[in-house]
Design a protein around this ligand. Structure first.
Ligand code: EPZ
Length: 416
């Protein structure tokens, strides 16, 4: 298993350019299943997760051609198989996003059940109940979801809880259903809105984009098109925290603060000023950081995907902070690793109390999941001595060439 070796406390300064959003790229690539033709997608990040999704699309019969870094042609001349096999789905649970477009366009799908992961069991019951409400027959057999529908009927869906990929799966089924579908309690994440933007460009009729109530008029005619995806707000937030941890000499390009308003508000409470001037984000850091209380929530609330990274910043604030994790049942795996680096964080159920003012000292730690790994990189960069981060495959799923980009800022980080 690969590792990062970081010699901390280097002076970091310069510009970081945010890449395309992983969580927009994954559903948008799946949308190419819906209609024959040639798509051109740009600003696609170079990530393991994207590679896994492209492999799955190839397995389904689509042809992929990389035209340049971050740009791909996808040729859909017809889906060749309706099965997403276990080995491809196990590599990345977001592969479950193929079931919606397969059901929408082929009225049939056989997709391996996605497993849980370190942060939670992550069931897909909301997705399946909603498909059944549209008239699909769902059978779970030998770890596979077998879905088929004579016709997929538009209906009113009330999600019991906000689900990002659940909303995306249902939208991709509903765009080709018979009649109108209404999705209440829909996820409002910018990545969901970006998918809907692509689908409407393909000829779909989706209204309420960005709200928690989506209306989709089913249509049979969708066509391939070109599309550039949005930048990654979670990567931007991660780098804003890095800048705040290292004196504010790192500027971030290509990000949209409008997708991070609650996050920016919480940083402001800490005394960190985040401002955007001609597409460049500059950070002003105070002498002392205030402790705060924060609760993760579905968009537009504070993003759970920035919770581990914020914890590192809170460990450097004055006094006691508290984070309430309301989205996932087990998203504090990074706490024990951060405590090995000298942080003092106590977990009480869904709440973590972070005692500030802690000097971090390098140690050997391991990445338990994508964002936990990113938090450990931030901690290693400000810790004394050397930090070794094991199992960095998790990190490379969601951050393109992270070590290379950090080295360009003056970080001493290498692959072990
Ligand atoms: C998406 O995961 C993101 N992944 C996650 O990002 C992100 O953390 C999460 O949304 C929350 O914002 C992608 O978009 C590929 P959910 P998703 O369905 O869709 C429960 C990252 O770091 N739930 O919104 O799988 C579920 O258990 C990743 O990039 C059900 O109970 O998350 C969780 O507690 C990590 N039944 C909560 O809802 C369901 O059918 C939110 O899950 C679906 C979800």
């Amino acid at each position: 298993m690969a590792k990062y070796i970081i010699k901390g406390k280097k002076q970091l300064a310069g510009e970081l350019e945010v890449k395309g959003a992983k969580n927009a790229a994954l559903p948008i690539l799946c949308a190419a299943i819906l209609a024959k033709g040639r798509y051109h997608f740009s600003n696609i990040p170079e990530l393991k997760d994207v590679e896994n999704m492209l492999n799955l699309l190839r397995h389904l019969g689509l042809k992929i051609e990389k035209t340049a870094p971050h740009s791909y042609y996808i040729l859909n001349e017809g889906v060749k198989t309706l099965e997403a096999p276990y080995d491809l789905v196990k590599a990345m649970r977001a592969s479950f996003l193929v079931i919606g477009p397969l059901l929408g366009s082929q009225k049939e799908a056989r997709v391996s059940m996605p497993g849980g992961c370190a942060i939670g069991s992550r069931p897909v019951n909301f997705h399946l109940q909603a498909f059944e409400k549209m008239g699909a027959k769902i059978v779970i057999d030998h770890g596979f979801v077998l879905a088929n529908a004579e016709t997929l009927n538009g209906t009113e869906i009330n999600f019991p809880g906000v689900t990002v990929t659940g909303t995306e799966n249902l939208v991709m089924a509903a765009v080709m259903a018979k009649g109108k579908t209404i999705i209440n309690n829909a996820a409002r994440e910018p990545e969901v809105a970006d998918l809907c933007g692509l689908l409407n460009k393909m000829g779909a009729k989706i209204t309420g984009i960005g709200s928690d109530r989506l209306e989709i008029d089913g249509t049979v005619e969708l066509r391939a098109c070109d599309y550039e995806i949005i930048s990654d707000r979670v990567e931007a937030g991660t780098f804003i925290i890095l800048s705040a941890l290292t004196g504010g000499k790192i500027e971030i390009k290509n990000a949209r603060l409008q997708h991070l308003s609650v996050f920016v508000k919480k940083l402001k409470e800490m005394g960190v000023d985040v401002a955007e001037k001609n597409k460049t984000i500059k950070i002003n850091v105070p002498e002392k950081l205030n402790s705060i209380r924060v609760q993760t929530e579905p968009y537009p609330g504070f993003p759970t995907d920035l919770q581990p990274q914020l914890m590192v910043l809170l460990s450097q604030a004055e006094g006691e902070s508290a984070i309430e994790e309301t989205i996932f049942e087990n998203r504090f795996m990074h706490v024990q690793e951060l405590n090995r680096l000298g942080a003092r964080i106590q977990v009480e159920g869904h709440r973590a109390v972070v005692y500030g003012g802690k000097k971090l000292i390098g140690a050997e730690v391991k990445a338990t999941d994508l964002r936990a790994g990113a938090a450990l990189v931030l901690a290693g960069l400000i810790a004394e001595n050397t930090t070794v981060i094991n199992e960095i495959e998790h990190i490379e799923r969601g951050y393109e060439d992270l070590a290379g980009r950090l080295r360009a800022l003056g970080a001493d980080i290498c692959l072990g």
